[in-house]
Design a protein around this ligand. Structure first.
Ligand SMILES: Cc1cc2nc3c(=O)[nH]c(=O)nc-3n(C[C@H](O)[C@H](O)[C@H](O)COP(=O)(O)O)c2cc1C
Length: 315
């Protein structure tokens, strides 16, 4: 029997296929469309301490090979999330991961304490896309020391697994990854979106209300795949690949590069049946490859290869 099970921190997942934060809202919006019974975990939309209205519209636009989004972390805030959204999401037949974002270390610590205390939540994903007001508004994703401080503070507030979601924008993503691991992260999500924009020629103005947005979808995959390759050469904790996964082959590329699991996001907008189909196809592929466990694919393309520091020198 092909075993799709994998372990991340203390979460045993029945499948390496996770649903990416923000692309399935609080989960319930997609009931009846996505086969939640097959997915490893569902990462809910990022929640902040206070409610956020998000960015002015338009917030989404398609681009060649991807999607630009400038949602601006619109969310109901922690209190309403814990009272109304979480109990509903907990009815889904899949473990739930809360995604949190703050603007200071103390905010992140509070978010970890409050979400980690809820039994409906299997783990906490740390969205580091905001500026840190305590560190001269430096974007957290670009600040290894700031990330270390935030993760250490969260670690002291909860025993639940912490998954830190890195940004491909950082000049040195490996240093941010190492800081997160050193501070007690259980896993890394590699990675979030890249900034991009489009111009409306008729209006002679940016398409998005926020001017720029995050690029997701197929165009992002080679960028984040290279980061998985580089980060997995330097850290010992599991890596979750994110960016452009739209097929079983994409998932296997991330796994062979060093990811233990993958997240599906933008591709769900075109095909909500994708996770169910990928689950079936992964099993078929394992049988064809003669593998009992899906973990056999992890890092397969790395075997006998040099690490990223050596790669950087060789370039
Ligand atoms: C509409 C939309 C909303 C998103 N909202 C969030 C969010 O709230 N928190 C977060 O960490 N990432 C968010 N993301 C990023 C995704 O979780 C994912 O990391 C990214 O889109 C790359 O994966 P993909 O190409 O498979 O979509 C969002 C992406 C999209 C397209």
């Amino acid at each position: 029997m092909a075993d799709l099970g994998i372990t991340i921190g203390s979460i045993r997942m029945r499948s390496p296929i996770m649903l990416a934060s923000g692309t399935v809202g609080y989960g319930t919006e997609y009931e009846g469309l996505i086969d939640f019974g097959t997915v490893g975990t569902v990462v809910l939309k990022t929640v902040t301490l206070e409610p956020r209205a998000g960015n002015p519209p338009p917030r989404l636009c398609e681009t060649r090979g991807g999607l630009l989004n400038a949602i601006g972390l619109e969310n109901v805030g922690l209190e309403a999330f814990l009272e109304t959204k979480l109990p509903e999401a907990a009815e889904l037949p899949a473990p739930i991961i809360a995604s949190v974002a703050g603007t200071s270390t103390s905010e992140y610590a509070e978010l970890a304490r409050e979400t980690g205390a809820r039994e409906e939540i299997a783990a906490v994903e740390v969205n580091i896309s905001c500026p840190n007001v305590e560190r001269k508004r430096k974007p957290l994703w670009a600040d290894p020391a700031g990330v270390g401080e935030v993760v250490a503070a969260m670690r002291s507030e909860t025993g639940k697994p912490l998954l830190v979601k890195l940004s491909p924008n950082a000049a040195d993503v490996v240093s941010v990854a190492e800081a997160a691991e050193g501070a007690g992260a259980d896993a890394l999500v590699v990675a979030n979106t890249l900034p991009g924009m489009r111009i409306d020629l008729g209006k002679r103005a940016p398409v998005l209300g926020n001017v720029t947005g995050g690029l997701s979808g197929p165009a992002l995959m080679p960028v984040n795949l290279a980061l998985v390759w580089q980060v997995s050469a330097k850290v010992g904790i599991p890596i979750v690949g994110s960016g452009g996964v739209a097929s079983t082959d994409d998932a296997l590329e991330y796994m062979m590069a060093g990811a233990s699991a993958i997240q599906v996001g933008t591709a769900l907008f075109m095909d909500p049946s994708l996770p169910g189909r990928m689950t079936r196809e992964l099993k078929e592929r394992m049988e064809a490859d003669g593998f009992d466990s899906v973990t056999s694919y992890v890092g397969l393309a790395r075997k006998g290869r040099m690490g990223c520091r050596e790669m950087a020198r060789a370039d």
